[in-house]
Design a protein around this ligand. Structure first.
Ligand code: EPZ
Length: 420
């Protein structure tokens, strides 16, 4: 298994190109199930999770070309197999996003239940209840969700989410595009990835109103057609590298990143003493003076992203004063805490809140983590730590960060991948 070695203490300086967003690209790929295509995604990231989604869609029967040099994914054909097997779904929960498109277009689907994961139990009840409201019959059998549309296909419905869910909004948005009549999604997630999916669906011929708001209204159409769509830049990758610049006291230009996509993350970074400036070609992030302890609470967009919580905590480990970090989205998303403490961080946590008391310097150590964002928070800590840090289980990073060590080395970090 590959590891990453970091020798800390160098301020970053230079430009970091931001890749297409993983969490936009995954649902966009499943949208290819809604038409014969071709659906061409531009600015597609080259990540392990994208390869997993490609394998899932290929086993459904789609033809997919990943043109790495051109950063494009070209998807076409109609699904011939309506089953998403456990072996793929257990690796990547976003696989459940094939459910809505398959039931809407082909009238049925059999999708493995994803099960729990490292950051929480993560049920899919909201996805299933929404489909039921659209007339589908759902049964759970031997670990699989079996969904069947009524004769004549799914019907439009008013679906009021009791809780904001990115995935449920995406699944039902896609299903609604081919349902009979009007669907209203109330208390829908407003993450930029939802807006990106809606834009792509509209390019394919869908009729959607309210994009960018918590109320989406979808007028079903009979069929969708081909489209070419650019994936939005990855706001979480941008936020992560903003923390890298800040934790090392450096200055970087995050090429292609957009301030509006960061939501509360930009405000919180500024409160902590980080300079974030929007330019025509991206975001310039620098930290020239000290960092101040700053409290955050994770919330749905435009609140502070749960996917940035671990990275911000790493930053707060070396800030002046204390910060209280509260995780409200997932129940088990503090797995980076004991690892950061092995590097000298002072953190106490109880339930959903952690108090971080800043220390002048972290010290390098061998560390490991059990999910993507926790792993990258340890890379950030390593960049600021005295001595050598080895981050184990790099496959977590490869799921969601493209060439993380190459991008950081290019702006002056002493970082390398150790094979084997
Ligand atoms: C998406 O997951 C992201 N994944 C996650 O990114 C991100 O952390 C999360 O949204 C929150 O922003 C992708 O986009 C592929 P949710 P998703 O449904 O859609 C509960 C990363 O690091 N819930 O918005 O699965 C759920 O348990 C990842 O890149 C239900 O109770 O998240 C959670 O507490 C990890 N029932 C909350 O809602 C449901 O049916 C929000 O989850 C669905 C969700």
């Amino acid at each position: 298994m590959d590891r990453i070695r970091i020798r800390g203490g160098r301020a970053l300086s230079g430009n970091i190109p931001i890749s297409g967003a993983k969490n936009a690209a995954l649902p966009l790929m499943t949208a290819a199930l809604l038409s014969d295509g071709p659906l061409v995604l531009e600015n597609a990231p080259d990540l392990a999770d994208i390869a997993t989604m490609k394998a899932l869609l290929e086993q459904h029967g789609l033809l997919i070309e990943h043109d790495r040099a051109g950063r494009r994914l070209i998807m076409q054909g109609a699904a011939t197999n309506l089953e998403a097997p456990y072996d793929i779904v257990r690796k990547m929960r976003a696989s459940v996003l094939v459910l809505g498109p398959l039931v809407a277009r082909f009238g049925e689907a059999k999708v493995s239940l994803p099960g729990g994961c490292a950051i929480g139990t993560r049920p899919v009840d909201l996805h299933l209840k929404g489909l039921e409201q659209m007339g589908a019959t759902i049964s759970l059998d031997s670990g699989y969700i079996e969904a069947k549309a009524p004769p004549g296909g799914l019907r439009g419905a008013t679906i009021i989410f009791p809780q904001v869910s990115v995935g449920a909004t995406e699944n039902l948005l896609m299903a609604a595009c081919l349902a009979e009549g009007t669907t209203e999604l109330v208390n829908a997630a407003q993450e930029p990835e939802i807006g990106d999916l809606a834009m792509c669906l509209m390019r394919m011929g869908a009729r959607i109103e309210g994009v960018g708001t918590a109320r989406l209204v979808i007028e079903g159409v009979r069929s969708l057609g081909p489209a070419t769509h650019p994936v939005i830049p990855d706001r979480i990758e941008a936020g992560t590298f903003a923390c890298a610049a800040a934790i090392t006291g450096g200055t970087v230009l995050l090429e292609g990143a957009r301030l509006s996509d960061l939501g509360a993350v930009a405000r919180v970074l500024r409160d902590a003493g980080v300079d974030v400036a929007e330019r025509h070609d991206g975001l310039q992030v620098s930290r020239l003076n000290g960092l101040h302890g700053t409290d955050v609470m994770t919330e749905p967009f435009p609140g502070f992203a749960t996917d940035m919580q671990a990275q911000f905590m790493a930053l707060m480990c070396v800030a002046d004063g204390a910060s209280m970090i509260t995780e409200t989205i997932f129940e088990n998303r503090f797995m980076h805490v004991p690892e950061l403490m092995r590097m000298g961080a002072r953190i106490k946590y109880h339930g959903q809140s952690a108090i971080v008391r800043g220390v002048p310097r972290l010290s390098g150590a061998p560390v490991m983590a059990t999910d993507l964002r926790a792993s990258v928070s340890l890379v950030l800590a390593g960049l600021a730590a005295q001595g050598e840090t080895i981050v184990n289980r790099v496959y977590h990073l490869d799921r969601g960060y493209e060439a993380v060590e190459r991008k950081l080395a290019a702006v002056g970090a002493d970082i390398e991948r150790l094979a084997g």
